[in-house]
Design a protein around this ligand. Structure first.
Ligand SMILES: Nc1ncnc2c1ncn2[C@@H]1O[C@H](COP(=O)(O)OP(=O)(O)OP(=O)(O)O)[C@@H](O)[C@H]1O
Ligand SMILES: [Mg+2]
Length: 279
């Protein structure tokens, strides 16, 4: 679904590349988490997958990005956006209409969705995100977290095949953050939507993402199955990425006991491991 080959990108008037030699291959229905310290290039990679780099953000672009067989450089941003929806890190730069309903309507009308289908799409998206009661509200009256949910809903309403979300829980409390990830899992499992999510809440991310990509200074440090990437705990900590405590714990136990203990990625697994050791 997403093929990235040796992608390097330097923003116009910048000296240092934001991305360097990135290769990535995702199949339809994959669920990838992107992590890395500030300035690692996470947002830029999200922009490259959704074609905003290099269509909107100009610069030196080397290598190739294809999504659903479309080369993002050769395709128009409109064609790419029919396939890839992106929720921006800065939600307020994404929302342009005065009310929630208008915001969703705007995207649907731009996509030429038929009048008869629109109410159902709006209801579906607001319902999925858990904010049906905000439909008539003005954007200005919403909290940061509510605006974040509106931004997610407006992208979901367009039913993209690939969903790129840049720190979608940045403004959300733990409960709402979990709701968003549960929603992403649902979209992924029910509709086969390919998910790419940039996220700082590593514990939550590791519970939901099946693959992880770790970026540092524009380069891919590790990429692969979540558990396998977490097994490189020291590399991750060296670049300032905190791995879930349960993963650190299982590694420490492994060292201490001399037993092969698989990396735990959630509390349930850690509990099972601990019980196993005590038995
Ligand atoms: N619009 C832009 N113009 C010029 N340089 C940019 C632009 N956006 C990002 N950069 C630079 O590209 C590099 C990567 O930035 P990017 O925003 O992709 O990192 P990030 O991993 O998303 O960081 P954060 O965790 O802070 O969101 C940084 O050096 C940044 O300063
Ligand atoms: Mg970013």
């Amino acid at each position: 679904m997403i093929e990235i080959q040796d992608l390097s990108f330097t923003y116009q008037d910048e000296k240092k590349p934001a991305l360097e030699g990135i290769s990535l291959s995702l199949r339809e229905g994959d669920f990838l988490g992107i992590i890395g310290p500030a300035g690692a290039g996470k947002t830029t990679l999200g922009r490259a997958i959704s074609g905003i780099v290099p269509h909107h953000y100009k610069g030196d672009f080397y290598g190739s990005v294809t999504v659903g067989g479309m080369d993002t450089v050769d395709s128009s941003l409109i064609d790419i956006s029919r396939l890839v929806g992106m929720v921006f890190q800065d939600v307020d730069s994404q929302i342009i209409c005065p009310t929630v309903e208008d915001e969703l309507l705007y995207g649907l009308e731009n996509f030429g969705i038929g009048r008869d289908e629109i109410p159902e799409r709006i209801g579906f998206a607001l319902g999925k995100v858990g904010i049906p009661e905000l439909r008539e509200r003005s954007i200005g009256s919403l909290s940061g977290g509510q605006r974040q949910k509106v931004a997610i809903a407006s992208v979901i309403a367009l039913k993209p095949r690939v969903l790129v979300l840049d720190e979608p829980t940045g403004e959300l409390d733990p409960q709402s953050s979990r709701q968003v990830f549960t929603l992403l899992r649902e979209l992924n499992e029910e509709f086969g939507i390919t998910i790419v999510v940039i996220e700082q809440k590593i514990m939550l991310l590791c519970e939901f993402a099946r693959r992880l990509l770790v970026l540092n200074e524009g380069k891919a440090v590790h990429e692969g199955e979540t558990r396998q990437v977490l097994s490189h705990a020291e590399d991750l900590e060296n670049i300032g990425v905190n791995i879930p405590r349960v993963a650190t714990l299982s590694r420490a136990l492994s060292r201490k006991t001399g037993k092969e203990i698989p990396v735990c990625i959630n509390l349930d697994e850690a509990e099972k491991t601990a019980r196993g050791l005590m038995a």
